[in-house]
Design a protein. Sequence first.
Length: 707
Amino acid sequence: MRKETSFCRVCGAGCGVRLTIDDNEQIVAISGDRDHPVSAGYACFKGLQAAETYHGPARLRHPLKRMPDGSFVRVPLEQALDEIAAAVASIREAGDDEAVALFKGSGSVMTTTARGIHRDFMRALTSRSYFSTFTIDQSAKQITAGRMGAWHAGKDHFDASDVILLFGTNPLVSHSTMGLLVSDPTKRMKAARARGLKLITIDPRFTETSRYADIALQPHAGEDPTIAAGLLHIILAEKLHDQDFCNTYVEGLDALERAVAPFTPAYVAQRAGISADDLIATARLFAGAGKRGAAYSGTGPDMSPRSNLAEHMIECINVVCGRFKRAGDVLPNPELLSKERPWFAQVEPPTRSWERKGPGRIRGAGWFFGEKLASTLCDEILTPGRGQVRALIVDGGNPASLLPDKAKAVRALSSLELLVVVEPFMTNTARLAHYILPPLLPYERADVPTTFEGMSYFADGWAQYTKAIIAPPADSELVDDWYVFWSIAKRLGLPLNYGGKPLDMDQPPSNESLIAMGLEGSMMPLEEVKRYPSGVAIDPADMPKVQPCAQEVPARFVVMPADIAEELAIVANEPATNEDSPAYRLVARRERFVQNTVGIDLAGVRARTPFNPAYLNPEDLSSLGLATGDKVAIASDHGQIIAIAEADATLRRGTVAVSHGWGDVNFDADARQVGSSTNLLIADDRDVEPINAMVRMSGIPVSISGV
Ligand SMILES: Nc1nc2c(c(=O)[nH]1)N[C@H]1C(S)=C(S)[C@@H](COP(=O)(O)OP(=O)(O)OC[C@H]3O[C@@H](n4cnc5c(=O)[nH]c(N)nc54)[C@H](O)[C@@H]3O)O[C@H]1N2
Ligand SMILES: Nc1nc2c(c(=O)[nH]1)N[C@H]1C(S)=C(S)[C@@H](COP(=O)(O)OP(=O)(O)OC[C@H]3O[C@@H](n4cnc5c(=O)[nH]c(N)nc54)[C@H](O)[C@@H]3O)O[C@H]1N2
Ligand code: SF4
Ligand SMILES: [Mo]
């Protein structure tokens, strides 16, 4: 029996953990590590499922190959890689490099060496067919930065905030609001409230986070552009904005003021189904001289219709109020494992990088931050012609369950000439694969926490290194994710870089050497990080101070570019009605016990949450003549699903909340056994946003009936 220290990698929070491991290399206990500088003993339900994840019957332990009759047989790793490389080579022989694609899922984001090799692998193949979950998540944020500009030093820090405004994010459950609340969010929120933080949540649901709010608006889903425009209307009319900041850093304030003029409190209240007084109170609580603290958003606005517009208008609130770190402010959360960089009190001007790329082959959709758009993947596979995706490698993702239009996703993935899935479980996607290569799981390999190239994901500056603390199961043949890519490149005779630096293609590198390569020049050197097994926080004396604007002529935020003005005008001309037909809007939400589809296969998880219910306000439920546990049919203009109803008084009426990722590839399977898939309700080729082709994954009009 021994004790080991590491950090959890089920989600990006990276909580410190202590594991007790017996002489058979079995995890017998896991708990939060009290010595961790950030999580300080906290760990959530998902992270505590490690024993079953690593040693339970659902885990795949050998590479598998699908036979013509659909069954899977074990195949030695090197043979699988030989066959995969040969299939890739034969597809490339037609001279179309784009035919080989990669889908990066969230299950490889927390693996430093996997994340580090994906783009280099695609460069080696000279294929731009790189897809990830980024473009079915919150890429509206990057579009906003690309159209409006971004503040180099970032928003006001949580700890220095007087007030925080949250649009459609529930960090107390999701542990994931960028730079705001990640690990141990409830304790942190309580501490902030105790020191006087004011909190506003805007969410059709009175969420776990709303319990700490001074104001919790519960609007109709999909009205964030209206609500944000309404708040701007009040802020500018009542002169609650920061005029000095705007004078220096904002271009188009007058145009913004004119554009939000139609969004009167009465109009917004009517549309969003909230009270005008509450909207005014929200603007007054958030804005005003001398206050610090920013507006944040999550998947709510970024998945609903007009997500890019919503995100732009939300960020405009921060801009007109100047809620950014200013020169001389301390920046408590630099990424210690990224290269040290200065932070400036200045605007990074808009780049509109996507406009230089030209349209792609599906529906004229373009490229976005070096990626093709996830909502076009199915048609990239199904549409013949040059560039058609014929081979796909999925690393740590479950696109069969998580792409919009699940029926089409299953059809597309099933039609591939080669589907390789690097995946520890028999997921819906794995079932469709020609080869499944199960990876080592986090505690079986060395790692460092996720960094996002200098962006501050965490609310704190901290770092940790973990060695592999547990041996892989006896009689298993597992693979490091990066090794799959190295091995294929080697067999194809293609030189491979890692983080831009060439790799030895004769001898495989070690995981450790790749980690060291990735961290060259990091703010905190790897050797120093290794001295602290429980992790290390930045010394307050080393926290960087934001430097004054270094631009000769300060760049400005462009708050009302032509495309935004045009879209906002369309919204302003829509009638102020909230009479929905069909009667309900389906919203996306996260569940406490699973991380997307991670955990769905575990008995310990199923005991807590056997399926994903359709949550409805109890009054809606009784007006439908239904009760908790009844089957309901939910129909959109694209499809219909059967779900199990559950009363939830936290939802506003007219809203049905269902989490994503559940359901089988057999669409007739019993919802009580397998849950229900909202992606059967979502089209991937209409109701899409400009630029990122983001689909409508929340705020979906649906009708509901008993079955
Ligand atoms: N436990 C758990 N944690 C997770 C995940 C998980 O599956 N489970 N998933 C991870 C992933 S991949 C991500 S991207 C993050 C997401 O992190 P968050 O964005 O914080 O996700 P949610 O907790 O679903 O919060 C979104 C909220 O938006 C609300 N909402 C829905 N539609 C609208 C709308 O139109 N407008 C407004 N204002 N609100 C709306 C929902 O009611 C919900 O409360 O969470 C991560 N963390
Ligand atoms: N309708 C609807 N669709 C959605 C969403 C929604 O809210 N509604 N949310 C969207 C969002 S925000 C996201 S991020 C995506 C998520 O989409 P995905 O990232 O595709 O989904 P996950 O279920 O997180 O998949 C992670 C996979 O990685 C595997 N895995 C776990 N650990 C490891 C590891 O160490 N190595 C490897 N190789 N694999 C590992 C897991 O078993 C799992 O199958 O879904 C999107 N789709
Ligand atoms: S919050 Fe995330 S990192 Fe922390 S224990 Fe839970 S799953 Fe693991
Ligand atoms: Mo996500």
